[in-house]
Design a protein around this ligand. Structure first.
Ligand SMILES: NC(=O)c1ccc[n+]([C@@H]2O[C@H](COP(=O)([O-])OP(=O)(O)OC[C@H]3O[C@@H](n4cnc5c(N)ncnc54)[C@H](OP(=O)(O)O)[C@@H]3O)[C@@H](O)[C@H]2O)c1
Ligand SMILES: C[C@@H]1O[C@H](OP(=O)(O)OP(=O)(O)OC[C@H]2O[C@@H](n3cnc4c(=O)[nH]c(N)nc43)[C@H](O)[C@@H]2O)[C@@H](O)[C@H](O)[C@@H]1O
Length: 312
């Protein structure tokens, strides 16, 4: 990839896509093309084919997807499967038809079996049953990995896949039903602090463990892989460290400065007990994350304070 390569970032207004744009621009890549979902619905095969034929991008970052936390994944099961299958199939097939030089597909750590050995090695894919709450989304993401592998083996396309752990950062989704845990906790603790509410409700038991990576680190890893990595095997992207949801809640509570009580709603699902990535493949390639969780949560709360009128 050189500084004049034509780079299409699909999903550029999302948390990951916007981090990719920041990272690419900071490294001097100037020829970036984007479309919002209202300009180009990536579920529309003809529209995607026309877009690729007109624009002929050299490189593609596939960061557009139907995304959400545990509740949204569990409720909108059809949308998470249908939208994601169509988006990735349309983009990957058009990238092949238009001789895209290289494509990076973004999956997710939920592709691994619910009870796979921890930390999760890339080799654990398809070795057991998936977590029920996000099975449709995980199946779509596994299909994306397999599309990249199949277009590589049948047509020689240089399509690679990266599997990020749970992410957070600017332009996250702060909708309390649809979001992931970290933005939900930031918003809940902040609003409880402002309104002097005595407690904050948190879902589940607090015992599940999760790993969190800042979106700017993820974007840096994706650009690194686009610049340097050309193998079929997908690569986990994470920190290699995790915390319990209870520890995360305590950290967000302290960061926000909320002094009330934590109340656990155990009617809400816990999901996978643990999802810690084995990041040895990524480390052996020469990339490591920079932002520790405390620094990242603090920066994300400041970003939330600056942009809350847009976010909520
Ligand atoms: N967030 C996480 O914790 C996490 C963890 C692991 C992996 N990932 C992966 O990272 C990628 C990006 O996630 P994210 O958190 O950045 O999600 P996000 O903030 O929700 O952004 C997703 C983007 O996809 C676009 N999009 C969705 N449906 C579309 C459609 N039908 N046509 C065109 N564009 C569409 C949206 O575009 P508009 O804004 O224009 O509507 C949106 O900007 C996804 O593949 C996700 O699976 C995320
Ligand atoms: C990265 C994504 O992770 C998703 O799983 P997953 O980590 O459980 O996604 P989260 O929604 O972030 O939830 C993580 C944990 O935090 C708990 N939690 C506590 N309070 C809250 C809250 O207010 N909101 C939310 N959302 N959770 C909360 C939740 O019950 C679960 O045990 C998958 O469903 C996706 O497919 C995707 O892989």
């Amino acid at each position: 990839m050189n500084r004049n390569s034509k780079i299409y970032v699909a999903g550029h207004r999302g948390m990951v896509g916007s981090a990719l744009i920041r990272n690419l621009q900071s490294k001097g890549y100037q020829n970036i093309i984007t479309r919002t979902s209202s300009e180009l619905d990536l579920r529309n095969q003809t529209a995607v084919a026309d877009f690729f034929a007109d624009e002929k991008p050299d490189y593609v970052f596939l960061a557009a997807a139907k995304v959400g936390g545990i509740w949204a994944n569990n409720i909108y099961r059809a949308d998470f499967l249908y939208d994601n299958l169509l988006i990735e199939a349309n983009i990957i097939h058009s990238a092949y038809q238009n001789s895209v030089e290289k494509l990076l597909f973004l999956g997710s750590s939920c592709i691994y079996p619910k009870l796979a050995p921890q930390p999760l090695k890339e080799e654990s894919l398809l070795s057991g049953y998936l977590e029920a709450t996000n099975e449709p989304y995980a199946i779509a993401k596994i299909a994306g990995i397999k599309l990249c592998e199949a277009y590589r083996s049948q047509y020689g396309c240089n399509f690679i896949s990266a599997m990020p752990t749970n992410l957070y950062g600017p332009n996250d989704n702060y909708d309390l039903q649809g979001s992931h845990v970290l933005p939900a906790l930031i918003r809940k603790f902040h609003e409880a602090k402002i309104s002097n509410h005595p407690f904050v409700e948190i879902w589940g038991t607090g015992s599940p463990r999760r790993e969190f990576l800042h979106a700017d680190d993820l974007a840096d890893a994706c650009v690194f892989l686009m610049e340097t990595y050309n193998d079929e095997s997908f690569v986990n992207i994470g920190t290699g460290e995790d915390v319990t949801i209870r520890e995360l809640a305590e950290l967000v509570k302290e960061t926000v400065g909320f002094e009330g009580e934590l109340r656990w709603n155990t009617d809400k699902p816990d999901g996978t007990p643990r999802k810690l990535m084995d990041v040895s493949r990524l480390h052996s390639l020469g990339w490591q994350h920079r932002t520790d969780l405390q620094t990242g949560v603090s920066a994300t709360y400041q970003d939330f304070l600056r942009n809350q009128e847009v976010y909520v």
